[in-house]
Design a protein around this ligand. Structure first.
Ligand code: SAH
Length: 402
């Protein structure tokens, strides 16, 4: 009897011994160099993954162009009903946030691999969802439709916006697309985290709009901030606006004028929190500004350093560490005794031990004593899968400086 459509097996992809070891260790990726025979497997398809002898590992999404050829989605060896799987994964991701997200109407609803939805990122900003698609499989029209209808059914947003990263689409050999509204007409709103209000324009700004991964760190930093504060790499004022209620004065520094314009509008939204305290924004290159300020002995009681990722690849590690050290050394020289340093790195390739080693070396050079008050990472709506180290990338150290 010929097989019916339902019984047709998924294309099979065999992985090398090295790929098999990775999967046995709980990782969800297999690199192209560890994939054997993929002839005829369609780009973006659902595949059954086995070791060299044919022993199954589960079901994955296949990319024909990414260095990460295989991204596991299920330990079941042959998932046939992709729509049902996607609906279940989206529901689980939403439930997870219900348990762990507090004090905000803006958070990451779906975080790609960490929610077993590789290549899908969804952020909620109050009543607007912002979606990013990073893999061939999720970009397929039927998959897009399921994702949008399920998100709509479960979260009832006023609008869904897609943010497109042109470089990612090129790497995945996907046709160019522009960012825009996928549903609804509302493209701007305000959101509130930890009682602080922010403006959100879905089609402007970096990332999907704000740095939601720092949300819990803003609140943690605000607990200890005092005196005169300097927020370096402030973007739209995420850190600066949080401790502003505790500091006498806060200065935010960024090289992006559009980001500072939003920061200023955000300050206006928070008059009640600020209670008349002074907050100013300076457009400058942070490296130059810190150099000038440290040479002219400017002193602060709280400094936040939250630069962009300096190490985009492993090869950048040494120069990234030098960059972090320069910033931290200058900041340490500009802090009064008893001050607070909040220092961050969002480079996955700089591990937490690397970052702490850099900081201890900067402390020695600056002749300062640092006591670690809090060693933190990304907010809980950006889950870390213990056996997938790549899901953990943010470091945020809060230290007392004497
Ligand atoms: N702290 C922010 C996020 C910072 S992201 C928040 O929590 O929202 C990094 C920021 O660094 C971006 O806003 C970018 O415009 C800025 N930036 C990048 N290079 C810079 C430089 N050399 N000097 C000053 N700002 C810079």
């Amino acid at each position: 009897m010929p097989p019916t459509a339902k019984q047709v097996d998924l294309p099979q992809v065999k992985v090398s011994a090295r790929g098999a070891i990775r999967l046995k260790q709980g990782h969800v990726w297999v690199y192209r160099s560890d994939v054997l025979d993929v002839d005829g497997v369609p780009p973006g398809s659902l595949v059954r993954v086995t070791d060299q002898r044919g022993k199954p590992f589960g079901t994955a999404l296949y990319s024909s162009s990414s260095q990460i050829a295989i991204r596991m989605v299920s330990a079941h060896e042959s998932v046939r009903d992709l729509p049902a799987l996607l609906r279940e994964r989206i529901s689980k991701a939403i439930d997870y946030r219900k348990s762990f997200v507090r004090d905000t109407d803006a958070y990451r609803v779906i975080f790609s691999e960490a929610d077993f939805l590789p290549g899908l990122i969804v952020d909620r900003y109050n009543d607007i969802l912002s979606l990013q698609i990073l893999t061939q499989a999720i970009d397929a029209n039927p998959v897009r439709e399921i994702v949008i209808s399920e998100l709509t059914r479960q979260t009832k947003p006023a609008a869904i916006v897609e943010r497109v990263d042109a470089r990612v689409r090129e790497l995945e050999t996907l046709a160019p697309r522009s960012s825009g509204l996928l549903q609804g007409t509302k493209a701007a709103t305000t959101f509130t985290m930890n009682g602080v209000h922010f403006q959100y324009d879905a089609l402007e700004g970096q990332k999907t709009g704000a740095f939601l991964d720092q949300r819990e760190n803003y609140a943690a930093a605000a607990q200890y901030a005092h005196g005169e504060g300097l927020d370096v790499f402030c973007y739209q004022g995420g850190f600066a606006l949080h401790p502003a209620g505790r500091c006498e004065r806060v200065t935010g520094v960024d090289s992006s004028r559009p980001a500072l314009e939003v920061a200023d509008q955000n300050a206006a939204l928070n008059q009640q929190v600020l209670r008349g305290r002074e907050i100013e924004w300076i457009e400058a290159n942070a490296f130059d500004l810190l150099k000038d300020y440290s040479v002219s002995h400017r002193l602060y009681d709280t400094i936040v350093l939250d630069p962009p990722a300096f190490a985009k690849t492993k090869r950048d590690l040494d120069s990234a560490i030098r960059g972090y050290k320069e910033l931290n050394l200058r900041a340490l020289k500009m802090l009064r005794p008893g001050a607070i340093l909040v220092t961050c790195s969002c480079s996955y390739h700089v591990s937490q031990p690397d970052f702490l080693e850099m900081l201890s070396s900067a402390a020695l050079d600056a002749h300062r004593t640092l006591r670690l008050i809090d060693v933190r990472g990304q907010a809980k709506d950006h889950p870390i899968l213990l056996n997938v180290p790549e899901t953990s990338y943010l470091k945020c150290i809060i230290a007392h400086v004497s």
